[in-house]
Design a protein. Structure first.
Length: 255
């Protein structure tokens, strides 16, 4: 399995990151993509990547929840890092109207700027869109160009929204919400096309059942894959194979 979204460089994992990585390898996670948050998370993320090359993969971007009045300074650092080295994706970027709507326009501007860099560098984007899925799909549709792709992470939308994303050539990330009893995903997952679905945990957040409310970790990806397999009445190996192929297409990995 390929873990497409985990913040395992955070302090939540400071004391036992070796055990975290060992458990993820034991259940078959063979690569972990780590989206950035803001300038404060870069050093820890890159250090973890350096210690675990070819396993922990850092991406670069500014998370919408950290877009404030001075977001241009944050974007300058993102742009500087993109000029220094190669990253597999730009992220985590997007919009968030759940916590604070006061910086909505700044979030949209930051998103547009980072999407332009993604096009310039031919990189996929990792999209955060909490309580703003339709808005963010609209923005991507406006900016759509050939070879511009990415993933709508933590997807919890409708079959119709999933199809809009698929028609854009983008992917959807399914995670712990898929296992939540009242999330409604049991009605959505069986009906969506699987050729653009990837797996994620969003560790340390949104742990799947039976660990809901506790710290999430990449080894729980197995539970998410099993839940998807059960909902689609297939076997977990099929889900693992399909989502691995999709993740490699998303991040433009030839295997």
């Amino acid at each position: 399995m390929i873990e497409t979204h985990a913040h395992i460089y955070l302090d939540d994992f400071k004391t036992d990151i070796s055990e975290i990585l060992e458990r993820s390898q034991e259940v078959g996670v063979r690569k972990i993509y780590m989206p950035n948050i803001d300038h404060t998370s870069i050093d820890g993320m890159l250090e973890l990547e350096m210690k675990n090359p070819d396993y922990c993969m850092a991406t670069m971007g500014l998370h919408p929840c950290y877009v404030k009045k001075d977001f241009e300074k944050e974007l300058y650092m993102v742009e500087e890092w993109l000029s220094k080295r190669t990253f597999p994706a730009i992220g985590e970027i997007g919009t968030d109207l759940y916590w604070d709507k006061s910086y909505k326009e700044e979030q949209i501007e930051a998103f547009r700027i980072q999407c332009s860099w993604a096009k310039e560098h031919s990189l996929p984007i990792i999209i955060h869109c909490r309580e703003s899925l339709d808005l963010t799909i609209d923005l991507v549709e406006e900016m759509k160009e050939d070879h511009f792709t990415g993933v709508f992470h933590c997807f919890n939308g409708t079959v119709q929204q999933a199809e809009r994303i698929r028609k854009l050539g983008f992917f959807i990330g399914l995670g712990g919400v898929t296992t939540f009893k009242n999330a409604g995903m049991d009605k959505v997952v069986p009906l969506i096309e699987m050729d653009n679905v990837v797996l994620e945990t969003d560790s340390p957040y949104l742990a799947p059942v039976p660990y809901r409310g506790k710290r999430n970790e990449p080894s729980y990806l197995k539970l998410i894959a099993q839940r998807i397999a059960d909902l689609r009445q297939t076997n977990i190996r099929t889900i693992e194979d399909i989502t691995d192929q999709n993740a490699n297409r998303l991040f433009k990995v030839d295997e």
